[in-house]
Design a protein around this ligand. Sequence first.
Ligand code: LCS
Length: 403
Amino acid sequence: MNDEGRPEGPGFATLCIHGKKHLDKHEVGRPIRAVSTPIFQSSTFAFENAEHGAAVFRGEDPSYVYTRLGNPTQTALEVEMAYLEQGEAALALASGMAAATTAVLTCCQAGDHIVAGDTLYGGTHQLFTQTLPRMGITVTEVPAADPDNFARAITRKTKLVYLESPANPTLVLTDIAAVAAIARKRGVPVLVDNTFCTPYLQNPLALGADIVLHSATKYIGGHGDTVAGILVGKADWMMRARMEILRDVGGCISPFNAWLLLRGLKTLPVRMDRHMANAMEVAQFLSFHPKVDQVIFPGLKTHPQYELYRRQQRGPGGMISFLVKGGREAGRVVMDNVKLCTLAVSLGDVDTLIEHPATMTHSTYSEAELLKVGIHPAMVRLSVGLENVEDIIADLRQALALA
Ligand code: LCS
């Protein structure tokens, strides 16, 4: 015994850290065969010896090094997402915006130019109109329903075409195959933000795009408990994104959040089917409601691009935008009086979420820009959740009655 009354040997602090010995899979004495991917909550990974570490840093050995650059739980998610999006490789990141900045910085440097759709998540619009110009990267935003607009805007400096289809919150679609064909001729890669569709409903890479982006915060996670982003594309591009931009800018995903997304993926098609069935009924209810002026939902024949929707997507998704008669004030009354629906940004959660794009998610657009891209000041956005659809409709009916 030592002075503290403990057995001779390593001190207590040392034992707290090292335990009796390292518990790794070679030493637990029996096979593990966990059905759910384990969370490798480890920031760093041991080398066998100094030469092994040097070989890893020379890129000659693929062993894990450090969780900012890669982690087994993150890899499991990336392998799954690449497979579902029909891409060679994927990169999971801390948020959808980390995915956007990583993609942009992998493609562009000061002096370069991006052509983007003009309706984007408000954060992406701010990145394009405020932050990137400060770094010498310019962006031209064009109406995304007509592929020719992309053709006209591409210049010799253009290094990336960036679009959302369906776009947040106007649900404008872009003909991905047409834009990809145009950009390919000019040697410019195309990135499609596939957040609204998920790989269940649309695979942009199969349509000719080069990079797919997800805010995995939304339907991929699906439960409103995670912020994360994912890129999918070619293996060599993804390696540059990881080893140049993620490495230096640092927007890595945590192992726990990667695990939450792996869990979300298991139920993605089941959830999407229910999101869509509920959204279809809610869209029909709103269409026939005397206090509703306009309902925007790709699954309705009244959507101006219904034919493209049928050709390009396997389902309409769960997002609806609508205009309440009486304009912005009437929309405010609806949002302030829902009881089951939650007044909150984000989307793709099990809960039905309602919000006002012009003053919330898209408040980074100026008044003039909002009007130009069709984000009406009275527009209300609904992310239809997985509750019983009768309850969602009853809630909207009572709130609309007050408008
Ligand atoms: N792309 C789309 C289409 C989005 O809707 C969002 C976030 C992002 C990218 C950024 O992803 P994040 O960094 O938030 O994971 N959209 C939001 C929205 O409509 N309400 O709150 C966030």
